[in-house]
Design a protein around this ligand. Sequence first.
Ligand SMILES: [Zn+2]
Length: 163
Amino acid sequence: MTPSPLPFRIGYGEDAHRLAPGRPLVLGGVSIPQAERGAVAHSDGDAVLHALADALLSGLSLGDIGQYYPDTDPAHAGLDSREILMHALRLVQERNYVPANAALVVTLDRPKLGPLRRAIARNLATLLDLKDTEVGVSFKTSEGLAPDHVQVRATVLLVRVAG
Ligand SMILES: [Zn+2]
């Protein structure tokens, strides 16, 4: 007998990018104006959206974004990562699940992102069709352990809807 689908599924994703001068830094779809360095990446290097997309996919055992957007494919160069997130969200919705809330931890030594918390949370909420209060974003520094990287960890709770 096949068990009925779980009403809730947890998803978890991580992403990290090396930082280098002369590149823009975009996190959660928000340009970080004070950043002196940006992500080295094949796409736009938005580690927040990458971790979140992987969290959505992992929640339903759908693999990871590397399978859908391999970094060896020149067609994905400079890709807007909102497209990656929306693709992952579509795959989840097609299986009759929607995100109920998301929680993220962004580890970056500089610049301090606290002033951008609301802008990032609001942008993520809009993309995921959630309320601002359903997206929690925490900021940490690496305490100098990884000053040349941005790292993001993301969890989402997926809820089954009728369908
Ligand atoms: Zn990435």
